[in-house]
Design a protein around this ligand. Structure first.
Ligand code: ADP
Ligand code: MG
Length: 292
């Protein structure tokens, strides 16, 4: 199974939100990573076929998804960034409703719903109304509804927003298992969401793909570009004007800083093991995202 985008482009008036995107997805987890406004949601909506592109196409095994139509939807599980949900429905009622829309047999749906509620840890809350759910619980219902039809292509837009650390880990484990025989595309602006699970990472900036590579290669590409140093407050201020600074921790001895730079930034800097966070910082700048 091969899902591809060809010169996929979306303009909103003058604004180009997605700019000539060419991607290829096969089995595995793909992390679509970029800051807010990078075009992730727009790209995803075109991939799932709910937003017509201004230019370009999406194909599955060389057939246009618009041609496949219902066949494509049967293969697809989609969790939108803003889950439209029904506050007065219980979790179970909501999933039954979606199952009906997806055309599942009621008996089959019943079983599937119980399994999925268990999987996302909501069995005990299935009779509770969605209006009383926390943000994290709503996300989990969202993930469950996307899985109802056992999709071969699972697309999740910012699925971990609102999840607490424990829920995040649980969620990562669920996805790792699911990805064995399907395409999973997950968008996020949080590096750690994709760091440990995505085989391939797409960095999106201003609607353009700036890198599309394996996690491993991305880390490899950063070798020799990441440094740790302990500096004074004054030095830190100076370094900030010249280099891209990642995390800075205040210690008794001064500030422990992470610096992403092609050259050794300061005398006492030592080379550090690159992380995906460093890749992100290298391409998007430090913690000041104003100019992205
Ligand atoms: N319906 C729309 N009309 C006009 N501009 C939009 C619309 N949706 C998104 N945009 C703009 O397109 C860009 C990409 O948005 P979006 O795809 O939501 O990015 P992300 O999901 O990465 O935060 C942003 O600048 C956003 O303001
Ligand atoms: Mg978005």
């Amino acid at each position: 199974m091969k899902l591809e985008t060809h010169n996929l482009t979306k303009n909103y008036g003058e604004k180009c939100a997605v700019d000539n995107v060419n991607l290829e997805f096969e089995q595995g987890i793909y992390g679509l990573l970029g800051p807010n406004g990078a075009g992730k949601t727009t790209l995803i909506k075109m991939i799932v076929g709910i937003l017509p592109p201004t230019k370009g196409t999406v194909t599955l095994d060389d057939t246009l998804i618009s041609k496949l139509d219902e066949k494509y939807r049967d293969l697809l599980g989609y969790m939108p960034q803003d889950i439209g949900y029904y506050r007065t429905f219980t979790a179970k009622q909501f999933l039954e409703y979606i199952a009906l829309l997806k055309g599942l047999e009621p008996k089959e749906a019943e079983k599937k719903i119980d399994t999925l509620l268990d999987m996302v840890g909501l069995s005990d809350a299935k009779g509770k109304r969605l209006g009383q759910f926390s943000g994290g619980m709503i996300r989990r219902v969202g993930i469950a509804q996307a899985l109802l039809n056992d999709p071969k292509i699972l697309v999740l837009d910012e699925p971990t927003a609102g999840l607490d650390p424990k829920e995040r880990i649980h969620f990562r484990n669920i996805l790792s298992e699911l990805s064995l025989d399907r395409i999973v595309i997950l968008s996020t602006h949080i590096v750690s969401d994709v760091e440990s699970i995505a085989g391939k990472v797409i960095l999106l900036r201003l609607g353009k793909v700036i890198t599309f590579d394996t996690n491993e290669n991305l880390l490899h590409s950063m070798e020799g570009k990441v440094w740790d140093a302990t500096v004074t407050h004054q030095e830190l201020d100076r370094l900030k004007t010249q280099f891209t600074i990642g995390n800075a921790f205040q210690k008794d001895s001064g500030f422990e800083v992470r610096i992403v730079s092609d050259v050794k930034p300061t005398e006492n800097a030592t080379p550090a093991e690159p992380s995906l966070e460093d890749v992100f910082i290298y391409h998007f700048g430090g913690l000041d995202y104003d100019n992205i």
